[in-house]
Design a binder for this molecule. Structure first.
Ligand SMILES: Nc1ncnc2c1ncn2[C@@H]1O[C@H](COP(=O)(O)OP(=O)(O)OP(=O)(O)O)[C@@H](O)[C@H]1O
Length: 228
């Protein structure tokens, strides 16, 4: 294996402009297979946009993105990427299990047993028949994470995975992320919590007004949410 084959994510000269507004500016990023890469940055700095472009949900204005050596084609969501975004698009009138069954039917590569097992892994009861509209924020977040990991992606993108979770929830998800790393899953995650970033990430980048740079100076001041 040469170095190139160890690259999980390779981004060169990536920019995204919407209506004259530069949202991502000349981004370069390379993540090796099996690493956890953290992205920090203020609200509105462009983290979510970067994740959407990497996942092929939004077409970049210019630049190259390769996932495990394959160029991303926008409009096609790659099967080896699991994605958790801040809005998780759950169907409110269906149970957690029904939501996942419906999503799993798109690719049809996992069994009902595997779906139920994933719900247990994230701490939800597969037999819970309540519609997700009655779920707490933390339960919805757990279900979103289950959706992202259920098909065992090689690259997992987690936008603020700890959002809405209580202390036990945060501990559960941290353990889950560490376990996935042991299985050589490459993880890209954003967080406003310096402890999560410190504990979990092998490398950290900071997004600032659409520019991405290496970041080594982790403290609360640098991770503040937004200018007040
Ligand atoms: N579809 C769109 N059209 C126009 N502007 C957009 C669009 N989507 C995002 N933006 C803008 O791009 C910028 C980056 O947004 P993004 O959601 O990526 O920030 P973020 O770093 O993820 O913030 P947060 O920490 O709040 O999640 C913001 O100024 C936002 O208003």
């Amino acid at each position: 294996m040469n170095g190139h084959n160890d690259s999980a994510v390779k981004i060169v000269n990536l920019s995204k402009e919407i209506k004259g507004h530069k949202i991502l500016k000349d981004i370069h990023l390379e993540i090796s297979r099996g690493k956890i890469c953290g992205i920090v940055g203020r609200n509105g700095s462009g983290k979510t946009m970067l994740f959407k472009v990497i996942a092929g949900l939004i077409r970049p204005t210019s630049g190259i993105i390769e996932i495990f050596g394959n160029p991303i084609t926008s409009g096609k969501f790659p099967k080896n990427i699991g994605l958790l975004l801040d809005k998780n698009g759950l169907l409110p009138h269906y149970s957690g299990l029904e939501n996942l069954k419906l999503l799993a039917s798109i690719n049809n590569i996992i069994s009902l047993e595997e779906i139920k097992k994933t719900l247990e892994i994230v701490g939800l009861d597969p037999e819970d028949k309540r519609p997700t509209k009655y779920y707490s924020l933390g339960m919805k977040q757990r279900l979103g994470i289950a959706q992202a990991i259920m098909e065992k992606p090689s690259l997992l993108i987690l936008d603020e995975p700890m959002n809405g979770l209580d202390e036990d929830g945060v501990a559960d998800i941290r353990n889950l992320i560490k376990n996935l790393k042991r299985q050589n899953v490459t993880i890209l995650l954003s967080s406003h919590n310096s402890e999560d970033i410190n504990l979990l990430c092998d490398e950290v980048y900071k997004m600032d007004k659409g520019c991405l740079s290496a970041f080594n100076n982790l403290n609360e001041n640098n991770l503040q949410k937004s200018p007040k």
